[in-house]
Design a protein around this ligand. Sequence first.
Ligand SMILES: Cc1cc2nc3c(=O)[nH]c(=O)nc-3n(C[C@H](O)[C@H](O)[C@H](O)COP(=O)(O)OP(=O)(O)OC[C@H]3O[C@@H](n4cnc5c(N)ncnc54)[C@H](O)[C@@H]3O)c2cc1C
Length: 409
Amino acid sequence: MPPKPFASAPGDHAAFRPSSPNPRGAIHICILGGGFGGLYCALALHRHLGKASRVRITLVEPRDRFNFTPLLYELLTYELAPWEIAPAYRDLLKPTTVDLRQDWAEHIDLAQQRVTLRHAEPLTYDYLVVALGSQMRPPTTPGSQTHTLPFNTLQDAEQMEQRLGELEHLPQVRVVVAGAGPSGVELACKLSDRLGSRGHVTVVDRRGEILRSYPARLQRAAACALAKRGVDVYLDAAIEAVDASGLTFSHEGKTLHCQADLMLWTVGTVPRSWLGENGLKQTAFGQCQVQPTLQLPNYSNVFVLGDMAAMPAPGRDRAPTTAQAAYQAGPTVAQNVLALIANRPLKPFIYNHLGDMLTLGQGEAVVCGFGLCITGRLGGLSRRWAYWLRLPTSAHRWRVLKHWLGLKR
Ligand SMILES: Cc1cc2nc3c(=O)[nH]c(=O)nc-3n(C[C@H](O)[C@H](O)[C@H](O)COP(=O)(O)OP(=O)(O)OC[C@H]3O[C@@H](n4cnc5c(N)ncnc54)[C@H](O)[C@@H]3O)c2cc1C
């Protein structure tokens, strides 16, 4: 049975062409990127379609494990283990019909409806979902790439663990964190707790406040947590250079050099570039312009979501580049792809801001939402619970819960 046509948007270049080389004449949905947008979209598609469906779903993702990034910090204090926050895709997708290709997508040919892969034959799609996330902002500060560590992935956390192991013999460990955004603040608190009296942590940021764009109550809670741990914070400080001995920055008209044994670079990320011909509409921040349904303008069978897309959000110019937004968009895109296949109307994505959460040291967090702000241990428990609910697949959630309750896995 050939796939059903879908309603094309005015000026749509992608008038439906059944993609020929796929077996059994099945409709082929191809998802690029298995993060919060892509993986949760694949799982939602499987839930809607079930096993008997003639729709094929392929997920292209180079990593072997999903990274639940908001909980990466807990690895540094051994509060959580890698298997809990970075389950293998093979295990997550085993009960589903999603076909995992562990590979890099290298090029998207929108006209031919084809994706070129780094290590395998190209994939031809009927529907394409693109969720490649962000990457580190290209470093411009001399020495930063050579002498600092990033903290974005499980691999980065493992690298940091190795570096901390190398510093084990030192009586004092000096840590400098560049950037006082959420990652910088969360890392500073966790590392302070991990190192205890052996550690001295400094945070340096060029802006005049920590956690810019976060609610004032959350900023205050974070400032308290940093002060309680004796973390030195330099704001309005322009980092000039990094070398093996430490970090040089200007502050209040003086040039200071902060000696460090471990330097972390958390000065922000940028959306990954589109993998194809230019000419797509992008924002100044580098995100793809998408329709409210998260379809690419002029290519209604292509959806872009997560950090890569300027997703609409009520009362804001766009949804934030967070797991929260990508996680909400994944199931919306799944529903819209299925609506398109069934020739039903599509729904606009409506971002719902549920609040903000940050871990502020071992077992502690701040959770702000619905007019409430919970801090300390209770905040830590609330945050852990909120993230447990959002772990991918019920089987993985149960494994983790049983482990937390001390039951056999
Ligand atoms: C350390 C850290 C902590 C964070 N904490 C929070 C938090 O507390 N709360 C919150 O809401 N957000 C948090 N975020 C932000 C959140 O992780 C992102 O906003 C979210 O992951 C975006 O989802 P996404 O699907 O767009 O991209 P991602 O989840 O990053 O997924 C993109 C996927 O695409 C894959 N990929 C990349 N290139 C290719 C390619 N060429 N071919 C195929 N696949 C490719 C990547 O391997 C990755 O798996 C944090 C981020 C980091 C790094």
